[in-house]
Unconditional design. Structure first.
Length: 349
């Protein structure tokens, strides 16, 4: 339930409403807005009597939240969430943020070359997996903590922010020490213990849609993170499994406007995993920007033919540079812009 306060409600009246909610055995979440403040009732089991709150001073109306997910819904928060990152970069506003880099960190030379290439092309966030969940136990699993150290070195040299994946609750703390954005992969969308830990990690979280997850399941997984107190969640459409083997996944671009209609959270698109084919990545990335994606997550490798993971869907640096130019044109055509960061001589923004 949402308690909507009058535009001129006083701080004392807002505190009185919050206290009344807590006396009823629920948690009150005060959410100031541009025009008015709302107070959310967290833990509502459906038995809240709105009349106990509607008569309090400063209350304009009580609105039931009908979605199975509460805090991620537009009913809960009408304004779009803007996730603020170091260096003044924001996700969810007018900027389209480009996150690019290799699927996995393979060596110091490889990740540094990739970082410089995507930075020079205009990306603001470096992606790269230190820990890699793979379908086969015999595939390259990443460098682990060494990979995190190399990502930190790449950030120091280039000023790029870092997004990298945490695979389990035990390894989350190590990722949080290095990452600017903690990624939770498609296989962990229903790893509820990891989702809860991510909700307490203190860093923005990029949550990928599961291999066969509905949009509602994606939003419910995000709800776990917000329920633990972390409002900085970025959703990611990366395709779902389908019966057609022509592409690696079915890249569901319709999910972007659907999510924007249902939720205030930003959503980015991963055309690399969505298609699995290098020649499809650029056209689908262009389409994702046109569809309203708040960012792109693109795999770029300095030498894709020698990549230890997902080389077939990784762009060459020159292909990525061309994509950046095209994405900028499309973003401008729809009233947005591709985010950029001013890099200092020391490599930091």
């Amino acid at each position: 339930m949402l308690v909507v306060m009058h535009p001129h409600a006083t701080e004392a009246e807002i505190r009185q409403v919050a206290a009344a909610i807590e006396e009823m055995g629920y948690e009150a979440r005060v959410m100031p807005g541009r025009q008015r403040t709302t107070v959310g009732v967290v833990g509502n089991d459906g038995r809240v009597d709105p009349s106990r709150l509607a008569g309090l001073a400063g209350v304009m109306e009580c609105i039931p939240v009908t979605r199975p997910y509460k805090q991620v819904s537009r009913e809960w928060r009408a304004q779009s969430t803007i996730v603020r990152l170091p260096g003044g970069i924001t996700i969810g506003g007018d900027d389209v943020v480009i996150m690019a880099g290799p699927c996995s960190v393979e060596s110091e030379r490889q990740i540094l070359d990739a970082a410089h290439a995507v930075r020079d092309a205009g990306a603001t966030v470096l992606r790269g997996g230190a820990f890699k969940p793979r379908s086969s136990p015999y595939s390259f699993q990443g460098l682990g903590r060494q990979g995190l150290t190399l990502l930190a070195k790449a950030r120091e040299e280039t000023g790029l922010l870092i997004v990298t994946e945490a695979m389990d609750p035990e390894g989350l703390d190590a990722v949080v020490e290095i990452a600017d954005i903690v990624q939770l992969g498609a296989r962990n969308i229903q790893n509820y213990s990891l989702l809860k830990r991510a909700g307490r990690c203190g860093k923005p979280v990029l949550l990928k849609r599961g291999l066969a997850a509905t949009i509602q399941e994606l939003l419910l997984s995000a709800e776990y993170i917000l329920a633990e107190g972390n409002p900085d969640v970025i959703l990611c459409e990366r395709g779902v499994r389908s019966f057609d083997p022509a592409t690696r996944n079915l890249f569901d671009l319709a999910a972007i406007p659907v999510v924007h209609g249902l939720s205030h959270l930003p959503i980015v698109a991963d055309p690399s995993h969505g298609t699995g084919h290098r020649d499809m990545v650029t056209p689908m990335a262009r389409a994702a920007v046109a569809a309203g994606a708040d960012g792109l997550l693109v795999e770029v490798h300095p030498n894709p033919d020698r990549a230890l993971s997902d080389g077939a869907q990784s762009l060459f640096p020159e292909q990525f540079a061309q994509l950046m130019r095209e994405a900028g044109v499309i973003a401008e055509a729809i009233g947005r812009r591709v985010a950029s960061g001013q890099v200092t001589a020391s490599g930091r923004r």
